[in-house]
Design a protein around this ligand. Structure first.
Ligand SMILES: Nc1ncnc2c1ncn2[C@@H]1O[C@H](COP(=O)(O)OP(=O)(O)OP(=O)(O)O)[C@@H](O)[C@H]1O
Ligand SMILES: [Mg+2]
Length: 295
């Protein structure tokens, strides 16, 4: 009797064991299938992107009433690149930024960032994808401290207040405003406000940072400081699209430069070639720059 019971128990244990093995084998198969599906999905995603390309702008245009502010503008950016965007006042540079960052919708054309179309997305959604910009006219919250101003940027990515605060602190140190962290933004000099504007954008942890005249109004020493800071940001892996009127700074920082005139791109290339291009001289730079010594 006991023997029969024991034999039965053993059979049950064996069956249970077999069932577990069968289940495990099935789970393993399912996991493998899922991985293959994910890999296929990932590789098809990768195929859609051209390798190394971070931003692809194809034929974007924007009209304000009778004024064609941006006309059929196309350009691309590789990962890690610094692209300078220059041109005379009113050439359409800031409008181009507004189109890329979602503050304005293009009348036509395509913008792909990191392999996906971003036309029609709101600025905060574009920023969450990793494309973030500064404003030509800096506009911090004047009564908030430097730290809280930057924390607003950090909250774009981090839901927890403490995380956002930590990130904000790190970015404030990075831009050299550590000593001013607890002061109200209204007490900052223009150079410090420009750094704050940079910090607010950096706190969103961008892959591509759009900088709109972050050196305007600064003295040569302050400009040198910002140039060094932008270099460090780029060296840390952030790609940068830079609108800048200070020629020495834009020539020093940019890997390539695109020139806008009346909303159209007239030239694009390496800094030295662009600076000497007759159309650029005619549109923008003036004879004296072309004959100045190279930096
Ligand atoms: N919201 C708007 N409504 C109407 N016209 C606009 C608007 N924004 C810009 N413009 C016009 O579009 C043209 C391009 O302006 P934009 O600000 O893009 O030039 P910019 O190249 O950034 O110039 P700057 O170097 O002076 O900053 C200008 O003629 C400007 O007056
Ligand atoms: Mg502008």
């Amino acid at each position: 009797m006991r023997l029969r019971e024991e034999a039965q128990n053993m059979r049950l244990r064996e069956e249970a064991q077999n069932m577990r093995l069968r289940e495990e084998a099935q789970n393993k198969r399912l996991r493998e299938e899922a991985t293959t599906r994910r890999d296929l999905h990932r590789s098809s995603e990768l195929r859609m992107r051209s390798p190394g390309s971070l931003l692809e702008v194809v034929g974007i245009s924007k009209r304000f009433g009778g004024l064609q502010a941006v006309r059929d503008l196309s350009f691309g950016m590789a990962r890690g690149e610094v692209l300078g965007l220059i041109g005379p006042n009113g050439a359409g540079k800031t409008t181009a930024f507004n189109l890329l960052s979602g503050f304005l919708a293009p009348d036509s054309g395509q913008i792909h960032f990191d392999g996906r179309s971003i036309v029609g997305l709101k600025p905060h959604a574009i920023c969450r994808l990793g494309l973030c910009r500064t404003f030509q006219i800096v506009r911090p919250f004047p009564h908030l401290s430097v730290l809280d101003n930057v924390r607003v940027g950090a909250l774009a990515r981090r839901a927890r207040m403490a995380d956002a605060r930590g990130k904000a602190r790190a970015v404030i140190d990075q831009v050299g405003l550590g000593a001013k962290a607890l002061e109200p933004a209204s007490g900052l000099t223009l150079a410090e406000r420009k750094r704050l504007e940079l910090a607010r954008a950096l706190a969103t942890e961008p892959t591509l940072l759009l900088l709109d005249e972050v050196m305007a109004g600064l003295n040569p020493t302050e400009i040198e400081g910002i140039v060094a800071l932008i270099r460090r940001i780029n060296a840390a892996g952030v790609s940068i699209l830079l609108i800048e009127h200070n020629m020495r700074a834009v020539m020093t920082l940019s890997h390539r430069i695109a020139v806008l005139n009346f909303g159209e791109k007239i030239v694009e290339g390496e800094p030295a070639a662009v600076a000497n291009h007759p159309r650029v001289v005619e549109a923008y730079l003036g004879e004296e720059y072309v004959h100045a010594p190279a930096h």
